[in-house]
Design a protein around this ligand. Sequence first.
Ligand code: NAD
Ligand code: DAU
Length: 333
Amino acid sequence: MRTMLVTGGAGFIGANFVHLTRSRHPEDHIIVLDKLTYAGNRDSLAGAEVEFLEGDVCDAALVDAAVSRADAVIHFAAESHNDNSLRDPRPFVDTNVVGTFTILEAVRRHETRLHHISTDEVFGDLALDDPARFTETTPYQPSSPYSATKAGSDHLVRAWVRSFGVTATISNCSNNYGPYQHIEKFIPRQITNILDGRTPKLYGTGEQVRDWIHVDDHNAAVHLILEQGRIGETYNIGADNDHVDNKRVMELICELMDAPGYEHVADRPGHDQRYAMDSTKLRTELGWAPRYTDTDTGMRAGLEQTIAWYRDNEAWWRPAKEQVEAGYAERGQ
Ligand code: NAD
Ligand code: DAU
């Protein structure tokens, strides 16, 4: 039996990771450490047997005690929303940088295996007409306070591997979608807008490209890296959807939900244009491949499943809807 410490396990990707782990390894003991910020939801873990610790990844004593009991730490906890980082960057520096530092010091003391979850945004963006893809050696060039703090956390992990022999791996993944994603984010915001009788909102022209991946495909890759990844290595994760722009995703959501249309709203300041991941290393070295692939956008089946989940789980998202939309309205979005 292993004990896994999952930070940020009440958030979108972390909760999906817990459910996946429970189904694959029912014998594992799972400790979730989560601050339950606005983005964390205890209900996302309903039905999954876990030991839940409510607390901050910056709390060194709490983190040390939890890490001392774990065989592996999977570090998801972060402030994750770009729009919020433009309004108030401070929590991003605290959680993403100081929080990761706190985790690193604890795994260093207890010689515990760490997997650090990061993002493709650390590489900055590509021009819309640039066919290149980010590889593991692409230089870091983050654009927003969010991506800058994630880049900082990745650098800390690499320095702790090299300087102190910490046994860590890193993965940088593209945009996830699926159940339990906070409704501030693009796809669930539009799905719940339509379910709520509101008009979906597309930033600017909608030409921006995100390399969308279903959350279960991301987490399957994390399991592989945890079990077979080489210590000190970084793995890019992406599902080859870098040909799908936001407008196309919006049109597909409207089509699948039989919605009349959407409106263009003010663009995000400094909006990253195009993300595209080259995940050859993960595929060739560890044999990973995404399961959610189909022709057209590569997202139809995954979006149908995601839409059905939000339709069936209104009690999960309803309490946050009014406040999220009021916040966007204040910012003209
Ligand atoms: P999320 O915002 O849905 O969840 C974050 C979770 O972390 C929440 O449960 C929150 O309560 C918790 N948290 C925040 N601050 C904390 C603190 N100080 N101490 C303890 N817990 C804290 O985020 P997500 O979308 O699930 O992202 C998870 C991770 O994956 C992040 O590291 C993010 O950078 C990375 N990532 C996300 C995506 C994506 O598309 N969502 C893509 C690539 C990488
Ligand atoms: O690339 C990985 C990153 O993906 C993660 O590291 C972040 O944690 C995650 O939030 C996500 O960042 P984005 O900024 O790309 O995701 P978001 O869902 O906020 O927006 C996706 C795209 O949709 C982006 O181009 C902005 C646009 N958008 C967003 C919202 C909320 C809209 O057009 N309308 C909207 O209402």
